[in-house]
Design a protein around this ligand. Structure first.
Ligand code: PLP
Length: 355
């Protein structure tokens, strides 16, 4: 037997979650965001499961080429655009769209003779101050793009920094409205949180990521209540059991000392598999389908779970770290992070099994 850790990916859940996006944004084209190896789910297989999307968004030209090689005919958008002149010919030859977010990219595009037209997502910085042109120069940049022979369709885009939180999107929507004016161009604004919560952000193209993978973008609303199904279940097994006397420690540090006689299950999953090292005592896990908590500090290859009250648990028992039966958001919350980070952190050494 091989090391018992695996990430089971439900292709059916991906498909159903895409159908949920369609329900929320019935009039929009869907650019499924499959950056970061489809948030740890495996880019090519995820894209195949999401093949009724009108397009895909990712970061790296090599990923886009892999998708084209796998037969993807839909729109593909590079969310950070291109990084050097050398990439441009291949990008246009393979019919890949680029985000243009800075002067330097616009200059390069202007100085390049391309054989085929290239689709452009022109990015407006409406307050996140990460990528994009400020509203006061956005129209001028749009005119520059429109003047270029090699530029095909131009989509106007921006990205929200607080669609999931208190502040919302009103300020950015106003800034975008002023910048985009009545240009009549298609628009792409909404991530998962925005497309669920703010119908007026949906426009022609939505860009869902996290919800496709079955996780809620909101702290105060569960994935289940949004009709989303977890796509990744990270599981492993107990490979040893230790019986601790009261007062004994466990693992490095140790950050755990037994307050009672404790049965500890040693699980084949550690931070080198992508489980967060900073998970505190009591981070939720399922053992034999029963909820218990981690104890002790997560090490590179192993973590420990309290099975004192699960007498049927022993060597070989299945442990679900997150996924079906245990929302990844619950684990993330206990660790002071987001489901995004946990899903993306799935390490290459964790085998992926598609179901
Ligand atoms: C990652 C990303 C998205 C997807 O965001 P989710 O919150 O996962 O839905 C959308 N647009 C851009 C520009 C992104 O970088």
């Amino acid at each position: 037997m091989t090391r018992p850790i695996e990430a089971r990916i439900s292709l059916g859940a991906l498909e159903k979650n895409l159908a949920r996006v369609r329900k929320y944004a019935p009039g929009s084209g869907i650019l499924s965001v499959i950056k970061a190896d489809a948030y740890g789910h495996g880019m090519v297989r995820a894209a195949q499961a999401l093949s009724s999307s009108e397009g895909f968004a990712l970061l790296d030209l090599n990923e886009a080429l892999r998708l084209r090689e796998a037969g993807c005919k839909q729109k593909i958008v590079l969310l950070e655009g291109f990084f050097s002149r050398e990439e441009l010919q291949e990008i246009s030859a393979k019919n890949i769209d680029v985000v243009i977010h800075c002067e330097e990219q616009a200059d390069l595009l202007e100085s390049c003779l391309l054989k085929k037209k290239i689709g452009v997502f022109l990015k407006c910085n409406t307050g996140m101050n990460r990528l994009g042109f400020r509203p006061d120069v956005f129209r001028e940049m749009l005119e520059r793009m429109e003047a270029l022979e090699c530029v095909g369709e131009v989509v106007l885009m921006t990205h929200f920094y607080c669609a999931d939180g208190q502040e919302g999107v009103a300020g950015q929507m106003e800034a975008f409205g002023i910048a985009a004016g009545d240009s009549g161009r298609p628009r792409s604004l909404a991530n998962s949180a925005a497309l669920i919560r703010y119908p007026d952000t949906r426009f022609e193209w939505v860009r869902p990521g996290i919800m496709l993978y079955g996780s809620s973008p909101f702290e105060d609303e569960s994935a289940a209540s949004l009709g989303l199904l977890p796509a990744m279940t990270l599981s492993s097994r107990i490979i040893a059991v230790q019986n601790l006397e009261k007062g004994e420690g466990l693992g490095y540090g140790p950050i755990f000392r037994a307050e009672r006689k404790t049965r500890a299950g040693i699980v084949a999953c550690g931070y080198a598999d992508g489980y967060p090292r900073h998970a505190p005592n009591g981070t939720p896990v399922l053992v034999e389908n029963r909820r218990t908590g981690t104890i002790g500090r997560v090490s590179m290859d192993m973590l420990y779970v309290d099975i004192t009250d699960i007498p049927e648990a022993g060597i070989g028992s299945e442990v679900v770290l997150w996924g079906e039966g245990l929302p990844v958001e619950d684990v993330a919350k206990a660790c002071g992070t987001l489901s995004y980070e946990l899903l993306c952190a799935r390490a290459p050494r964790v085998p992926v099994v598609y179901t």
